[in-house]
Structure formats: C-alpha cells, structure tokens
Design a protein. Structure first.
Length: 243
C-alpha cells in the first residue's frame, strides 16, 4: 500500500472537513480536506467531478500542480485518475453554481493536493492465500462507514518493504444464520523491520457481504493489534437489494 507519513496525516486532523453550505463566502487562503470518489464527466476536454463523502460535489477548475492535477503530480499517463477511484483531496473553494448561496449543487475548486486512497473488495481467505494475506499486527486508529464503504485509518511499523492490507472472510455463500458476519483485517508486513511508524487510509467495498432478501447485515471486524491486543469493530451495513 502507499505509505503516508504520520506527520502529514496528523496535520490534516486540524483542517475543517464539514459541509460547505454554512460558509458565508470563499477565501483563497482557506483549505478543506475530505474523502471522495472520482467521476470523469468528459474526455475532450478532460473534465472531472469529485463526489465527496459528505455529499458535496466538487468541480476542479484549477490546481497548484504544474501539470493537470488528475495525473497525480506524475508524468506517467498511467497515473491518471479513473472513475470510481477514491481520493483524499485538499482543496480551496473558489465559487459555486448557486445564486446568493441558494440551491448549490456543485462547488468550483482549486486542487491543492490529491492522494489516491487504497480501495479494495473483501477477499475470501483460503489455504492458497493464507500466507500471502499475513496476520501481522496493525493499529486501527479510526473506523467509519460511507455508503457501501468501510474505511480505516491505520498505523504500523516498518522500514523498507511494501505492506499489504486486506479485509477477508471465510469462503462460501452467506445466509442470515451467519450474522454477524465475521471479517478480519489482515496485514502482511513482508518481514519488514519495526523501525519507523507509518500511517495511512484504506477503504473496502462491503457489497460482497450482501445477503439476498435482506436490506442490511450486521458484521464484526477483528484484527491483531500490537502488544497482543485485539481490535474489534461492530457495524451494520444498510443497503437496497434493488440496486
């Protein structure tokens, strides 16, 4: 997974992430940080929207990058953001499509920085992938749900190696008898040294635990923490089977 320094993440905590509707005006000196999902709306010219977790719809019209912001600050064309990808966005609001603050549907923004967030599905754990999934300790700092997504802020120790994070369940079709559904947050440190603290975010799509005929399921997530502790999180995933 992509590493993000602990110092950088702690700095983000102090930046406001609430909805923008309360704002009396927009300042170029004010920055907002939040999670969202990329939606490309045009190829020629290339245009995007970012559907934020708080319900805001952002339309980037400028950026602080020397190249287009959707290339993630890289010259590699393969780095271009795609519809459905999840991002952590630092932005400044420069305007909106409302009149005197009424009926705002979209905010026009300057992108200050953008980081791609790891987004994965739930994996069935088997004998074949047991070793590669790993079971190394991990610190879960925060857990929250956004629509179909279960999100984690995590921390771990390492140095050189790439670390892998997965959310897994036992294989087989789920039924009401399986509630609450048992999930495990798995960490493979790839034998890395425990020298440097790292921190980051990861999101998982919960659609794999939908049960036909039900509109919600209860689930429980566990993970081995450091010092032989066990992290536990219980939640309810509400969905509409007609979607």
């Amino acid at each position: 997974m992509k590493r993000i320094s602990l110092i950088t993440l702690l700095g983000l905590i102090f930046i406001a992430t609430s909805c923008l509707d309360d704002d009396d005006g927009y300042s170029l000196g004010r920055a907002w940080v939040g999670f969202g999902t990329i939606e490309q709306v045009s190829n020629d010219p290339v245009e995007y929207k970012v559907n934020m977790d708080n319900g805001d719809v952002l339309v980037p019209i400028a950026s602080g990058y020397q190249r287009p912001w959707y290339y993630m600050g890289s010259n590699d064309p393969n780095s271009r953001l795609q519809t459905g990808e999840r991002v952590l966005l630092n932005y400044t609001v420069v305007g909106d499509d409302g009149t005197d603050g009424e009926d705002i549907e979209e905010y026009y923004i300057r992108v200050n920085s953008v980081k791609k967030i790891l987004l994965k599905g739930i994996m069935d754990i088997t004998e074949a992938n047991q070793d590669s999934i790993g079971n190394d300790p991990i610190k879960v700092k925060e857990t929250w749900m956004t629509g179909d997504l279960l999100n984690f802020e995590i921390a771990y120790w390492g140095r050189y190696e790439v670390h892998y994070i997965n959310l897994v369940k036992q294989p087989g079709e789920l039924t009401a008898d399986d509630l609450p559904i048992e999930l495990e947050l798995r960490h493979n440190a790839n034998g890395d040294l425990n020298d440097i603290p790292f921190s980051g975010f990861v999101s998982f799509d919960l659609e794999a635990i939908r049960i036909p005929g039900m509109d919600s399921v209860q689930f429980k997530v566990t993970a081995p923490d450091y010092d032989d502790d066990i992290f536990e999180f219980e939640g309810t995933y509400k969905y509409n089977n007609d979607n």
